[in-house]
Design a protein around this ligand. Structure first.
Ligand code: ZN
Length: 264
């Protein structure tokens, strides 16, 4: 099942959907509108249907507390960053205020002269959990979406830690939907910048797989429903010129496209 969050502002008024964001289940060209946030209210259809073409998609989840990221989780990327392959996951946080949705614009901050894309598989957590054993990891996953761990690369080097470089507003595009049936195996992941593929790898190239990541992160911090974990980026990162169009794609999961603004 593919769960979307959307603005019905442009929808036919006779559908009486109001103006506030809603959740729904995507059924080809139609969205079955849900009663409330499925993370808290379950999958309860309202009976209303809206054509997909009449809505604007929003980030499919609003992380209530955090976006946890894994750094250097693909050997080739660790190498291109000049580091060695870590023996345990390297984790950091992005604030939930960095989240934007599909087709939203990434704002180039005035403080930075280099803004990079990082295409990543994103895990959406379904329930409060702590110290999750690897074999129970699937019990705490609501589904998967795509993420772009946008990074001000010059500030990442300058600061020696990553809060500023990865924490700007708009630096965490998520979407286009949460797929509750997707199972990461060896699917292809690509990032395409202005029509040219820059990152091209397979999810099986990850150093730490999804159960290992959930086990590790949940030993550090309690995970809450709606928390998101970005699982790291493959080799091929690079800067985006002004007004770039960046598309992250994962085979069988979907595509997430965003634009970059002019230099701020
Ligand atoms: Zn990343």
């Amino acid at each position: 099942m593919r769960i979307v969050r959307f603005s019905p502002a442009a929808a036919d008024p006779s559908l009486e959907l109001g103006k506030d964001p809603l959740f729904g289940v995507l059924q080809e060209e139609t969205i079955a509108v849900l009663n409330g946030d499925p993370l808290y209210a379950g999958i309860t259809p309202s009976g209303k249907l809206v054509p997909f073409s009449q809505v604007r998609l929003l980030a499919p989840v609003l992380p209530r507390s955090k976006v946890v990221c894994v750094g250097k989780n693909y050997a080739d990327h660790a190498k291109e960053m000049g580091g060695v392959v870590p023996d345990e996951p390297v984790i950091f946080l992005k604030p939930n205020t960095s989240v934007i949705g599909p087709d939203d614009t990434i704002a180039w901050p005035a403080m930075s002269n280099r803004v990079d894309f990082e295409g990543e598989l994103a895990i959406v957590i379904s329930r409060i959990c702590k110290d999750v054993p690897k074999e129970r990891a699937n019990d705490v996953i609501f589904g998967y979406t795509l993420g772009n761990d946008v990074t001000a690369r010059d500030l990442q080097s300058k600061d020696g830690q990553w809060t500023r470089a990865k924490g700007f507003d708009t630096f965490c595009p998520l979407g286009p939907w949460i797929d509750t049936e997707f199972v990461p195996t060896g699917q292809r992941i690509t990032s395409t910048l202005n029509g040219i593929i820059q990152q091209d790898a397979h999810l099986s190239d990850m150093i730490f797989d999804v159960p290992t990541i959930i086990n590790f992160v949940s030993q550090v911090m309690t995970l809450l429903p709606g928390d998101v974990i970005l699982t790291g980026t493959p080799a091929g990162i690079g800067p985006m010129p002004e007004k770039s169009v960046i598309t992250i794609a994962i085979e069988g999961l979907g595509e997430l496209t965003n634009k970059l603004s002019n230099h701020g």
